[in-house]
Design a protein around this ligand. Structure first.
Ligand SMILES: [Fe+2]
Length: 350
């Protein structure tokens, strides 16, 4: 028996969820169109279904926009002045002089006398404006990694006063990088495209405001994209109101080995008239070697169609950000979806 045959016998493929529709993490437009055609052939009345009670035919407001509505990045980039950067250095020195753990970083322990007022105005843009801005630029190479964490959390504490946990890891701050070359890969693969160089499809993160600091850009690709959840909602409500009903009902989210094995909640909410899309595609279709768990219910064909529709409309109406080293991107994750293109590193940039 050859070595290859031995491998085949000793490493069985991971079990898959029985009945799961033909859908994977990477949206396939041909499969999406075919699924839509098939479902409409089975029931041509789907587009005539009423919207669920309380859900409006369309929403409007400053956070309902399309990528083409924006002319250039001067509309969302806020450039830090030399005085702001000096303030940040003084705030860093002040926090370090307190000799407190990182959890004590807040507006008082990281004081920014003049920049704080600007950040407060920008925070209003997140909550009641377009829903995003970019702060430019933090001199990354000037700081140690520890100092950078303090600077990042310190500035961010003037935008949002509370910090939430990331990715169920109990961490307030996650380092997004390609982990495939580290031990994580050896432990059975990576179940989240964020920690690879792969494309990250449209999704929202948990929490209301999210921040991303670029400490290094990729050699090629990796473009950051934003899309308005309200704009996506309007398109689906107009063309396929039946899928609005599907989205506002409970879905089973894979917990990938957690106990219980899955949770239940909608992917679309109507909170006092605010339409909120909250979802991550991998929780329904898996990613990489982490397929949808075998022992939990499959998603439905209607849910598979809704997932693809969400992604393709988000992509169609997205805005491409020129995300540079030293930029901090702030997003209202209740109103906007985000994505990242695939990228490649080289020997210099990893
Ligand atoms: Fe994300």
């Amino acid at each position: 028996m050859s070595a290859t045959e031995t491998m085949t016998e000793t490493v069985p493929p991971p079990p898959t969820c029985v009945g799961q529709p033909d859908i994977s993490y990477h949206p396939d437009e041909a499969k999406f169109r075919a699924r839509t055609a098939r479902r409409l052939a089975e029931d041509p009345t789907l587009p005539q279904r009423p919207l669920p009670e309380g859900f409006p035919p369309s929403v409007e407001g400053p956070n309902v926009w399309e990528g083409k509505d924006w002319k250039d990045e001067s509309q969302w980039v806020y450039n830090l002045t030399d005085e702001h950067l000096a303030e940040i250095d003084r705030a860093l020195a002040h926090f370090e002089s307190l000799d407190k753990p990182l959890g004590f970083i807040n507006k008082e322990t990281f004081p920014l006398p003049t920049l704080s007022q600007e950040l407060w105005k920008l925070a209003k843009v997140l909550y009641s404006g377009r829903g995003f801005f970019v702060l430019r630029e933090i001199p990354i190479d000037k700081y140690s990694r520890q100092e950078l964490m303090i600077v990042y959390a310190g500035i961010s504490s003037h935008v949002g006063s509370e910090r939430g946990k990331q990715d169920g890891t109990n961490s307030m701050l996650a380092h997004i990088k390609d982990l495939r070359v580290s031990h994580a890969h050896e432990k059975g693969g990576i179940g989240n495209s964020a920690y690879t160089t792969d494309k990250q499809v449209f999704h929202s993160d948990i929490g209301d405001l999210i921040a991303l600091l670029s400490i290094q850009t990729s050699a090629h690709g990796g473009i950051s994209r934003l899309s308005s959840g309200g704009r996506v909602y309007n398109e689906i409500a107009k063309t396929r109101p039946d899928l609005i009903t599907v989205m506002k009902d409970n879905w089973q989210l894979d917990k990938f080995g957690g106990n219980p094995g899955y949770g239940e909640r909608p992917v679309l909410y109507n909170e006092d008239g605010h339409i909120v899309i909250q979802y991550s595609r991998r929780q329904f279709v898996g990613y990489g070697t982490q397929l949808r768990s075998a022992h939990i219910p499959p998603i439905s064909e209607a849910q598979a169609e809704a997932l693809d529709m969400l992604h393709f409309y988000a992509e169609k109406y997205s805005l491409e950000l020129n995300f540079k080293k030293g930029d901090i991107q702030y997003i209202n994750s209740m109103g906007l979806l985000h994505a990242r293109d695939a990228f490649t590193d080289d020997g210099e940039k990893t």
